[in-house]
Design a protein around this ligand. Sequence first.
Ligand code: C2O
Ligand code: CU
Ligand code: CU
Length: 518
Amino acid sequence: MVHLSRRTVLLAGVAWAVTEPVPNNVHAQDGSRPSLPIPAELRAGAGGTIRLDARLGSMQFVGDRKTATYGINGFYLGPAVRVRRGEKVVAQVSNNVPETITMHWHGLIIPGAADGGPHQVIPPGKQWQTELAVDQQAATLWFHPHSYPATAQEVIRGLAGLLIIDDEESDRLPLPSRWGVDDIPLIIQDRRFTPDGQFFDRMNYIAVTNGYVGDTALVNGARYPQARTARGWIRLRILNGSNARSYALAASDGRSLYVIGSDGGLLANPVELKRLLIHVGERFEVLVDGRDGRAFDIVTLPVTQDIMRLPPFDGPLSLVTIRPEGADGTGQLPSSLAVLPALPRQLPPMSQELVMNMFRDQQGMMPLKTAGLMEMVKSGKTDPAVVARVVSLIVTDPVLSPTDQLSANGVNGKSFSIERMDFAAARNRDLRWRISEGNDLMLHPVHIHGCQFRIISRDGKPPEAERAGWKDVAPISAGGATEILLRFPHPANRDAPYMAHCHILEHEDSGMMTQFTV
Ligand code: C2O
Ligand code: CU
Ligand code: CU
């Protein structure tokens, strides 16, 4: 039995009438804007089973062209699976797309055999069933395929969804929690389309070094949609579900974003920000004050990834309009949220180093330098000639052979191999790991399976307040290093090891992943 709440709208292939690019920072007043699709909530029914069906779909993203998509229980993306701490559910995943997939529960602390990593393959037409015993605090997690080396393409097509954990502690807080009313999921992704309206997807040197570069922002699968919400405090559950792009989020009218939760759960106290940087794979829960009933946009500002500053991401770009125009909301912003254990004064000894390597940096970056990208970014002015040259590299640079793709990146000097176990981690013990990068200076949001961790330091300094809570993604960049404190409560054996990898999916699919047992 599956309960669908009344307010929710399935992510379905509803056509809409966006025909021209929407200008930045303009509130369109006409009715031609799509509504923000709210993924349906999906809870385990009496039988305790959650059924996810990966299937083919089609959507209209550009004009009247139909884009072939993948979706989970729908045409694009998936439902918001909701589980409670203490609950044991059976997840049953059917693969009805024409390629092998897996289904990974990103951020869920479960044994390797249930994790849905690259070893738990689901061939086309087959099913995979696994028990998920939920024992961690309330959090906004997500699920997505983890097929090696095809995660990037499967996510581009639309396979991903939210996995929300509820618990008693968070129930006791007066947080906005009416789904689609004042508790609003925002899955942010960027895509590029081919002239015939299909998802652009090309694994060339530009992609394996820079990651996927879209030119269209989607929120829950819609272009610049608008959400009508309660008038009051609004909770945004934000997932950066893009393959490679970071976003610097802000409200168009400068109102504050109060971060209440990070990847693995609530923070100790809200963190008030005007600009929130979110990397791929990361989630933040944010409260915004909509008691004035005035509409505003969530915009993204330019980020430090050079290639991600191509238009329309070269200035503030509106992602979604929030219209707090409905009935009065009842949610509040509490001043304290959750108890976060303090980091131990005596840290455990360093037990693992993870160095992200890019072996083909030159091949990917030189053409961009020659095209003038870095100069352009430094100048702060968009030059259409440079943009045209860079875009042409993105779309025409030759596709790599499988061997070239799989050896382009690595961890600790080696590209990923599904046969090789790279190390073993101790179970049920506090561990300290250090994550850094080799000679490249690029951003790598590094994700580790089987745990929620705490960031001890980044480049020798304490983490930003919004990253001081439970995390499963740790960013490194500019030659820096991040130290984390982690613990694995469950086993992961040789047949079902955990992964640690860069969550830039094109890096992951080209070797920047390592596997380990617990
Ligand atoms: Cu979200 Cu190993 O992945
Ligand atoms: Cu994961
Ligand atoms: Cu990376």
